[in-house]
Design a protein around this ligand. Structure first.
Ligand code: DGJ
Length: 731
C-alpha cells in the first residue's frame, strides 16, 4: 500500500520505494504539508513549528493564538488574500469582487489506479498506481478544490493536479490555478532551471535561491525554447552523483510558471502551474476546471539519480507503450533540400538512404499549397502535385517500394496570411479586433480554441493521410503566440483562450491518434520549443533543436537530459560546415552525438562522397546494434556541469548492467594536457567486461572506481565511443 490515511493521527502518507510524502489537516482544517524526502517510518508532523513572528496575522478563530499564522504554516495548496503573503496557489474573484480564497479540509478518499485527465495529457497508470484525493473547501465563496496525488512507487514519483469546482450559485473567475504547491520548512537550496532561445534550448543554470521570489515561465502560448516547464531544487552541495534533489515537471505545453519563494524564516515554497498572466477562467455554477499535472520526484542520489527517475516515468508512463520498440532511422529533407525539391529528388534521397541502411524518408516543409519559401501556404494542406510532379500516393508508394517508410511534415496550428484558408476565414486566426497582428515567420496562429477550426484541420490532415501511405508526421510549431483573442468567444472569456488553445491542440492530436494508432508523430517547434511531457504523451520523440551542430548539441542534449530521456530526443547528422554555425566537425563526432538520440540524417546524399556514405552506413549499423541499449538503458552524465571545459562525457548502461556505451567529445584540446579519466556507472562490480574491438578486459568494479583514461581524442571536437560488454553475455 503506497497510501495510508491514519485515522488516529490524521496523517496521510504517500510512500514510494525511497521517499515519503506526508500531510495532515490541523484543528483549523488547514491542510499542512508535513514532509517530502527520504523515506522515514515516522509521523513527521513534529517538523511543523510556529512562533509569533509579528506582521503575520492570525485567522479569526485563532486570534488569541498569535503563533498560528497561515503566513508561516507549510501548506499543501495555499489560498490568497487571507494572511499568507507568500506566492499563492489559487486566486479566484467571486461575484462580489472579493479575491480572497481560504481553503479548509473537507474530506479525503483513496482510489486504486487513477482516472484519465480528460482532454489533457497525463501520467498513465501502472499496476501499482494509487490515488489520494483530498477535498478542500472555501464555504464563503463556494469553491471546492480536489487535490489529487497519484503515486508511482517504483519510479519514486508523485503526480499532482487540482480540480476546482464552483459550488456556489454564481459565476466565479479563476485567476490562478496552480497544479502543485510544495512547502519546505527549511533548506538551503540551489535551483536549476532550463533556459534558452531558438537554436539553443534547455541550457541548465544553477543558482542559490535568494530571499524573495524567483520565477521562471513562459507567456508565449507554448512551453517554449526560453524556459522549460521543469525545475530542480537541490542541496547546495549536490552533484551529479550525490545530494538531495527535488524535481517539478509540468505535463503541459502551454504557458507555465514556476515560482520559488524563500520566506521570512527561510522556508521554501515551490508553486508550479499555468501562467496566471492573461489567464481568467469563468466557472458557472456547477462547472469545474482541471489543472494540468505536475510530476514531482525526489532523489538522494544527486542530479543523475533524479534524471533517471524522470527518464523512467516518461518512458514508462507518459510516452505511449506502443512506441517502446525500435523507431526508424530516418533521412529528413529539410537541411538536405529546404524548399527546393521535386519527387525525383526526394526519391533519390530515399534510395541513397536505403543503401545506407536507413528505414524512413521524411518529406519536410514545402509539399503543400503555395509553399516555396516560408511566406505562404500554411493552412492549405493540399498536395502541390505540380511541384512534386506526382501525387503523394505515388511518391509514398515509390518510397515504400524501396522498402522505406514515409513521413510528412505538417504545421497544423498555423496559418499564412497568404493562404486560401486565411482568405476564406480571416477570423480563424488569433487576431485582436481593429489591430494589425504580430507577424512571425510571415505567419499567424490558428484559433485552436474553436471546434470548427480543429475540425477543419483534422479533416484536411486526414485527407492527405488517407490518400498516401504515411507512417510518420513531423508536427511543427514555428512561432510564439500573440494577439491571444478568439473571435468566437465573448469579451469576458478572452482570458481562457491560451489554455483553450492547448486543449484544442491536444484534441486534434487525440483525434488523429484514435484514427491512426500506428502513426508516429514527432513533436517539433522550430526545433525544441515545445519539448515537454505534454507533447511526449502524444509524440514519442521531439526534434531537439534547429541547431544541428554536434558541438552545440552537446550542451542542448545534455541540458535536455536532466528531465527527458534520450529516446525522446530527435537528433540527426547534418552537413559540415554546419548550416547554423559554420563549424566543421568530423562525421565521426556528428554520428556519435546524433546516436544519443533517435538518430537520422539531415544531409543531401548527392553531396556525400562514397567514403562518407560508407561511414554513415557503419553508423547506422552501429545504431541498430545499440538501439535498444540507447532507448531503454540508464543514462549517466559523466561530467559535472561547469566542472571542466575540455570535454563532455556520458554513458548509457543496459538495465541488466551487461553492457555500456560510453561517449566522449573533446571540446578543447590543450598542450600537454591531463588524461580525461572517466569513471563508469551502473555496471555490475563482479562482472568482467570486454572493450569491444580489443581484447582488453576489466571488472565492473575497476571501471567504476578506477575508471579508464579516454585519451584517443586528440583534436578539438573529436569524439570517442567505447562499448563494454560483459564476457558472460558474449558467451
Ligand atoms: C522548423 C523545424 O525545426 C525544422 O526542422 C524544419 O521542419 C522547419 N521548421 C521547416 O519549416
Amino acid at each position: 500500500m503506497s497510501i495510508q490515511v491514519n485515522e488516529r493521527t490524521g496523517v496521510f502518507s504517500l510512500t514510494t520505494a525511497h521517499t515519503l510524502y506526508q500531510m495532515k489537516a490541523d484543528s483549523s482544517g488547514v491542510l499542512l504539508h508535513l514532509y517530502y524526502g527520504q523515506k522515514t517510518d515516522e509521523d513527521m508532523s513534529y517538523l511543523v513549528r510556529t512562533a509569533d513572528r509579528g506582521f503575520s496575522g492570525n485567522p479569526y478563530e485563532m486570534r488569541n493564538e498569535r503563533t498560528y499564522s497561515l503566513d508561516q504554516l507549510p501548506q499543501e495548496y495555499s489560498g490568497s488574500g487571507v494572511g499568507d503573503y507568500r506566492v499563492s496557489a489559487v486566486q479566484v474573484t467571486g461575484a462580489n469582487g472579493s479575491r480572497s480564497v481560504d481553503l479548509r479540509f473537507a474530506g479525503v478518499r483513496t482510489e486504486k489506479g487513477r482516472k484519465a485527465l480528460p482532454g489533457m495529457p497525463f501520467v498513465r497508470e501502472s499496476d501499482e498506481t494509487e490515488t489520494l484525493i483530498v477535498t478542500l473547501q472555501d464555504k464563503v465563496i463556494g469553491l471546492e478544490a480536489e487535490l489529487r496525488y497519484h503515486v508511482f512507487p517504483s519510479q519514486d514519483v508523485i503526480v499532482r493536479s487540482v480540480r476546482l469546482l464552483n459550488r456556489s450559485g454564481q459565476e466565479m473567475v479563476i485567476r490562478k490555478a496552480a497544479s502543485a504547491c510544495l512547502d519546505f520548512p527549511f533548506g538551503e537550496y540551489d535551483v536549476l532551471h532550463f533556459h534558452g532561445r531558438h537554436c539553443m534550448e534547455r541550457i541548465p543554470e544553477r543558482m542559490p535561491l535568494p530571499r524573495g521570489v524567483v520565477s521562471f515561465g513562459s507567456r508565449r502560448g507554448m512551453s517554449s525554447h526560453h524556459s522549460n516547464p521543469f525545475v530542480i531544487l537541490c542541496e547546495r552541495h549536490a552533484t551529479e552523483k550525490s545530494g538531495e534533489c527535488y524535481g517539478a515537471m509540468m505535463v503541459y505545453s502551454g504557458n507555465h510558471l514556476e515560482e520559488m519563494e524563500v520566506d521570512q524564516v527561510g522556508g521554501v515554497r515551490l508553486v508550479s502551474g499555468i501562467h496566471p498572466d492573461g489567464f481568467a477562467w469563468t466557472l458557472a455554477p456547477g462547472e469545474a476546471f482541471e489543472t494540468p499535472e505536475v510530476i514531482l520526484s525526489f532523489s538522494a542520489q544527486g542530479l543523475n539519480g533524479l534524471s533517471r527517475q524522470y527518464h523512467d516515468i516518461l518512458r514508462q508512463q507518459v510516452i505511449a507503450a506502443r512506441w517502446r520498440q525500435p523507431r526508424p532511422v530516418l533521412i529528413n529533407s529539410w537541411e538536405a533540400a529546404y524548399f527546393d525539391f521535386d519527387a525525383e529528388k526526394i526519391l533519390n534521397f530515399a534510395r541513397a538512404a536505403r543503401e545506407m541502411g536507413m528505414e524512413m524518408l521524411v518529406l519536410d516543409d514545402g509539399w503543400f499549397g503555395k509553399r516555396d519559401d516560408d511566406s505562404s501556404g500554411l493552412g492549405d494542406w493540399v498536395v502541390n502535385e505540380r511541384k512534386l510532379g506526382c501525387s503523394m500516393r505515388e511518391l509514398s508508394d515509390r518510397v515504400h517500394e524501396m522498402g522505406m517508410k514515409f513521413g510528412l511534415w505538417f504545421e497544423p496550428e498555423m496559418i499564412s496570411e497568404d493562404s486560401d484558408l486565411y482568405r476564406a476565414h480571416p477570423d480563424w486566426a488569433l487576431t485582436d479586433p481593429d489591430r494589425k497582428p504580430v507577424m512571425s515567420r510571415n505567419q499567424m496562429v490558428l484559433d485552436m480554441s474553436r471546434e470548427d477550426v480543429v475540425d477543419y484541420i483534422y479533416k484536411a490532415m486526414c485527407a492527405v493521410l488517407d490518400e498516401a501511405r504515411i507512417e510518420y508526421v513531423k508536427w511543427d510549431f514555428n512561432r510564439s503566440v500573440a494577439n491571444v483573442y478568439s473571435h468566437a468567444l465573448p469579451a469576458n472569456r478572452q482570458g481562457e483562450v491560451a489554455h483553450r488553445f492547448m486543449l484544442g491542440t491536444y484534441r486534434l492530436l487525440e483525434r488523429l491518434e484514435a484514427r491512426y494508432p500506428d502513426l508516429m508523430i514527432e513533436g517539433c517547434s522550430g526545433g525544441g520549443g515545445r519539448f515537454d511531457a505534454g507533447m511526449l504523451f502524444y509524440c514519442p520523440q521531439i526534434w531537439c533543436s534547429d541547431d544541428t551542430d554536434a558541438v552545440e548539441r552537446l550542451e542542448i542534449q545534455r541540458g535536455t537530459s536532466y528531465g527527458y530521456p534520450v529516446s525522446a530526443m530527435g537528433s540527426h547528422v547534418s552537413a559540415s560546415p554546419n548550416h547554423q554555425t559554420g563549424r566543421i566537425v568530423s562525421l565521426n563526432t556528428r554520428g556519435i552525438v546524433a546516436q544519443s538520440g533517435t538518430f537520422g540524417i539531415e544531409l543531401n546524399p548527392e553531396k556525400l562522397s562514397e567514403t562518407e556514405k560508407d561511414s554513415i552506413r557503419e553508423q547506422v549499423r552501429a545504431y541498430h546494434r545499440y538501439q535498444e541499449l540507447i532507448a531503454d538503458g540508464t543514462y549517466y552524465r559523466l561530467t559535472e556541469l561547469d566542472e571542466n571545459r575540455d570535454y563532455v562525457a556520458w554513458m548509457i548502461t543496459s538495465r541488466d548492467g551487461s553492457e555500456a556505451l560510453v561517449s566522449l567529445v573533446m571540446t578543447h584540446v590543450r598542450a600537454n594536457s591531463p588524461f580525461p579519466y572517466i569513471r563508469l556507472q551502473g555496471l555490475l562490480p563482479g562482472e568482467t567486461y570486454q572493450l569491444e574491438g580489443t581484447d582488453r578486459c576489466f571488472t565492473g568494479a575497476a571501471l567504476m572506481h578506477g575508471g579508464v583514461a579516454v585519451d584517443q581524442a586528440r583534436e578539438d571536437y573529436e569524439a570517442v565511443q567505447l562499448h563494454f560488454v560483459s564476457t558472460r553475455k558474449k558467451g
